[in-house]
Design a protein around this ligand. Sequence first.
Ligand SMILES: O=C(O)CCC(=O)c1ccccc1C(=O)O
Ligand SMILES: [Mg+2]
Length: 369
Amino acid sequence: MLIEQFTVRRLKMRMKEPFSTSFGTMQDKQFLLIEVKDELGNCGWGESVAFEAPWYTEETVETNWHMIRDFLIPLLIGKELSHPDQVGENFSSIRGNNMAKAAVEGAVWDLYAKRNNLSLAESLGGGRAYIDVGISIGLQQNLSDLIEKVRMFLDEGYKRIKVKIKPGADVELLRRLRAVYPDVPLMADANSAYTLDDIDLLKQLDDFGLLMIEQPLGYDDIVDHSILQKELKTPICLDESIHSLADARKAIALGSTKIINIKIGRVGGLSEAKKIHDYCMDNGIPVWCGGMLEAGIGRAHNIALTSLPNFILPGDTAGSSRYWEKDIITPEVTVQDGKIKVPVSKGIGFTPNLATIEEFTVGKWHFTK
Ligand SMILES: O=C(O)CCC(=O)c1ccccc1C(=O)O
Ligand SMILES: [Mg+2]
């Protein structure tokens, strides 16, 4: 498979409503789409999940654009590849910048699957026909809004509710939510808003029968989470702290995490995501697929990854309509009875809608050898 041509587009889409976490609020989303073509005219698509501001990780849309244009595309263009695992090998001279790498690698995975007449899920070794999905609800103005949102998403069939917490919106919020929904599969995501000084507060969360608490401590910490986990009954799930198989191995060895949230962008691509999945499966650590408020292309990649067997817990990959008035793929991602059907057609299994993509495009660049 000859990597002949790239097109990079910058899109701007507005979400139906703002999404708030302990690190900030987003509503307008800018992101990059990567289109790659081989010598036969097959084409593959990838989506960068970096945000405009470096709140979740250090990457941004701008740093991704710089890396993709000046380093990653030059390392791949004109190369003959037999498998997408070779993309990461070609990028091995570049440190970090996982979201930029993942966007390009994802496009090559889609290309590879299409060229070989396989679905992306099949190319990854996934076997599930349907995936279970949960919903991640941002911080709300007040508790009654949150209670109402939870009701709405439960009515839509979502199988697990994740709420965001931060200092000042934690123990009481969960106590009151639990009182209204005593049996709902519930978890909380702190996005690194606490430190070990908050250990007494965090211990109180054990009262609420949470499935897990996601990333309570530092985004770059593995050690303090192991100290905290020894004091908590509730399982810790790491998100921000895991960038690679090596990080997953260390966090598991230290007892810092009992569950891992895998995001393709955060770990540098599907090949690394699959390695983490396999390692966790061998070590009895369940995983689930996190979300980055993706548009349709990124969402399609998440669905394919989630078809792997150790994605035991419902992920954050909700339907297109949870985020967008109009998504950039046909058909859009839909959820029925809390499940998404894994496509069986070639590649990502959703067709990029070029007219809609054009409508949201604010910049477009072509690269040929
Ligand atoms: O619905 C989604 O895509 C997941 C939403 C979510 O929780 C999230 C959104 C933006 C940044 C970080 C996170 C997170 O999982 O921590
Ligand atoms: Mg998270």
